[in-house]
Design a protein around this ligand. Structure first.
Ligand code: GCU
Length: 657
């Protein structure tokens, strides 16, 4: 097999130089099978470049060593008597062990190393592509994609050369990802056919990703039995419908024996679902799960179900409540191979949300937590926004307080899923620094306890491996990226208020853009105050969906964390925060500070000039120009809006337009 390297595409975190330590050693790879062959080919490729060899006395041994307690993806890394050893539980462990050695670089070959057992914390680590085959008239080819077209399809047909898909698989394997859903959860007519007469395209993509241990999943349309099968109904309890799913799934596995399973968005934002037949989401999910069960496939059933035709005058309906209202009563009714896929927050990938209460409400259900690597609401890859710290906070959150399980712990059997940020852009992700988000997703899915700053260091070390003295670059990038999520939050959404974005495309500020629309995303600002009352005492009762202690903490105005204040409470502008500032002054201060910090990012980047490749430098600079412009726009629109609403002047007398 040849190693997929592309001349016209940035190598991301696998540049040739990242393989120098391994490639200049003598390595033995012992084991048979597809993934063992991949590792052997990788080592041979690195050696050809850096002067090492696959024979002779060995510095590195990568070997299968199945034993009790060592899972297929696990490996034990050790170093003794001048030999570094990766002992893998199964073939996938060979691959992950190999990339762990690559990550360590020279450090893997220094001193002694006591045996370390590495195993992924989460079983399935999956990226969902919202790619369409055709260019959708409103959403483009990749829904919420900010990195060009799809890497899978162009002009309505698959790319004839899938080398790029293989290169993608390689990058993902090096970060720990093991599954990819290749098409949009909003499954349009053309894409629905990937399940049937276009299945060959899925098989080809699966073939390209297989050498890197990545299984392919497919988003399917719940109404497929009607649209593709010509049946009169898609009722999940109808015998003909169940039979159709069983037969169709059988054909999928005949074409792709290691197919992962289905992803379903049902009864959500106009997608068909079981409600039309008076059936529950458990009925819907179980029908697909039963079709997949003989092949050990899974269905990822999304919990993103809410009424998107609300009336803003109706103060009792609360979109935040919807997923819990729908799914908590169904706990225990899903098949073992049905995984409920829950967005991390109760709304929709906002820059700040509480953790979804659904995650604590389903002890009898396999859960996957869903993140959004694509930056729909966090700057659309025009803004630097390193999301590692956000995800790390969510994964470490304990819904039952300090003694209870973490979110990562609750997702162990389901997994972690994220919407990919990759397209056919030469930098993969539009904004070159957004590659770090893709990398961090994989690493945190493998090891949720990792410090996101350390993950960033890893990413910098690998990506810029060719830079001689990396320390100045590392320091500069850490300064730029570490706090960039908070910076973005400062100039956009204050205190947990979301959706002050332009409707439709969701880029840039529009404080009232969604305020009187049917989407259920309100901030309820008036002349006296702002925020959504979600308390049990006087609001929508959403706080009651949490277990203690959070049900009490969020309910209480005194205890609710400031950063989520307006998510849970409607307060007067003069409400005083913990640091002694009023809400209105906080809005002004953070927006001035955020825009200033955005300008600071650009200055920091200027100092990096000369340390990174000129074309990459130019691409980031151009994006930073836009970030600075956009941050000022956010500052002015938000500050002006709240000045006019509240009539309260800025305590520091700064100019508000
Ligand atoms: C968001 C996004 C949509 C997407 C939806 C989903 O609402 O704007 O484009 O389809 O999430 O997750 O299904």
């Amino acid at each position: 097999m040849t190693i997929p390297e592309l001349d016209d595409v940035h190598p991301a975190w696998l540049p040739p130089e990242a393989f120098r330590a391994v490639g200049s050693r003598r390595t033995l790879v012992a084991g048979d099978g597809t993934l063992a062959d991949t590792v052997r080919a990788e080592v041979a490729h690195a050696c050809a470049r850096h002067g090492g060899a696959l024979d002779g006395p060995h510095d590195l041994v990568i070997t299968l060593s199945p034993q009790e307690g060592l899972g297929d993806e696990d490996f034990v890394l050790s170093r003794q008597d001048g030999v570094t050893t990766v002992a893998a539980g199964g073939q996938a462990g060979l691959l992950y062990g190999f990339f762990a050695v690559v990550r360590l670089g020279e450090a893997a070959f220094e001193g002694e190393r006591a045996a370390e057992h590495h195993r992924p914390a989460l079983r399935r680590r999956m990226l969902d592509h919202w790619d369409n085959i055709d260019v959708h008239p409103v959403m483009g080819q990749v829904e919420r994609g900010y990195a060009g077209g799809s890497i899978f399809w162009r002009d309505g047909v698959p790319h004839d050369d899938l080398t790029r898909v293989r290169a993608y698989g390689r990058l993902l394997a090096a970060s720990g990802v093991n599954a990819v859903a290749i098409n949009n959860v909003n499954v349009h007519a053309t894409e629905a056919r990937l399940l049937t007469d276009r299945l060959g395209e899925v098989a080809a993509i699966a073939g390209a990703l297989r050498p890197y241990g990545i299984r392919v999943h497919l988003s399917v349309n719940f109404a497929s039995p009607i649209a593709l099968g010509g049946l009169p109904t898609a009722d999940p309890l109808d015998a003909g419908v169940r039979e159709w799913w069983a037969r169709t799934t059988e054909r999928v596995y005949a074409a792709i024996p290691d197919f992962g399973g289905y992803v379903v968005k049902a009864d959500s934002e106009g997608q068909p679902g079981p409600f039309a037949y008076g059936r529950s989401h458990a009925d819907g999910a179980n029908t697909l799960a039963d079709a997949l069960a003989p092949y050990e496939g899974v269905v990822h059933w999304r919990a993103f179900v809410y009424d998107h035709r609300q009336d803003w005058r109706d103060r009792s309906t609360d979109r935040a409540r919807a997923a819990h209202d729908h799914f908590a009563p169904l706990d225990g009714r899903f098949r073992d191979n049905a995984i409920l896929q829950v967005k991390y927050g109760p709304m929709d990938f906002q820059v700040r949300e509480p953790v979804s209460p659904v995650i604590a409400a389903m002890p009898g259900t396999r859960l996957a937590v869903e993140f959004q690597v694509t930056q729909e609401y966090t700057g659309q890859q025009r803004h630097v926004c390193y999301l590692g710290p956000l995800w790390s906070e969510v994964l470490g959150f304990r819904p039952w307080g300090p003694d209870g399980a973490t979110v990562a712990g609750l997702a162990v059997n389901g997994g972690l899923v994220a919407v990919s940020n990759v397209g056919d852009d030469p930098y993969w992700t539009g904004h070159p620094l957004a590659q770090a988000n893709l990398y961090a997703f994989g690493r945190l899915a493998w090891a949720p306890d990792l410090d996101p700053g350390a993950v960033l260091d890893e990413w910098i070390g690998l990506t810029f491996a060719a830079t001689g003295d990396r320390e100045p670059l590392r320091r500069a990038l850490r300064e730029l990226m570490d706090g960039s999520w908070h910076t973005y939050e400062r100039y956009t959404a204050p205190l947990g208020v979301g959706f002050m974005v332009r409707p439709g495309h969701h880029y840039g500020p529009d404080v009232d853009g969604y305020e009187y629309t049917p989407w259920g995303t309100y901030h309820f600002a008036d002349r006296d105050g702002v925020g959504v009352d979600r308390t049990r005492a006087s609001g929508t009762g959403f706080t009651g969906q949490y277990p203690r202690p959070w049900s009490e903490v969020y309910e209480s105005l005194a205890d609710c964390p400031d950063e989520l204040l307006l998510f849970f409470h409607h307060v007067p502008y003069e409400h005083v925060l913990r640091d002694g500032t009023t809400v209105i002054q906080h809005i002004y201060d953070t927006h001035f500070a955020g825009a200033e910090q955005a300008a600071g990012l650009r200055e920091k980047w200027e100092k990096i000039d000369g340390l990174v490749a000129p074309d990459l430098h130019a691409r980031v600079r151009e994006r930073l120009d836009e970030q600075v412009r956009s941050a000022e726009e956010w500052r002015d629109q938000v500050n002006t809006y709240f000045l006019r609403k509240s009539g309260v002047p800025d305590a520091h007398g700064r100019r508000i337009h």
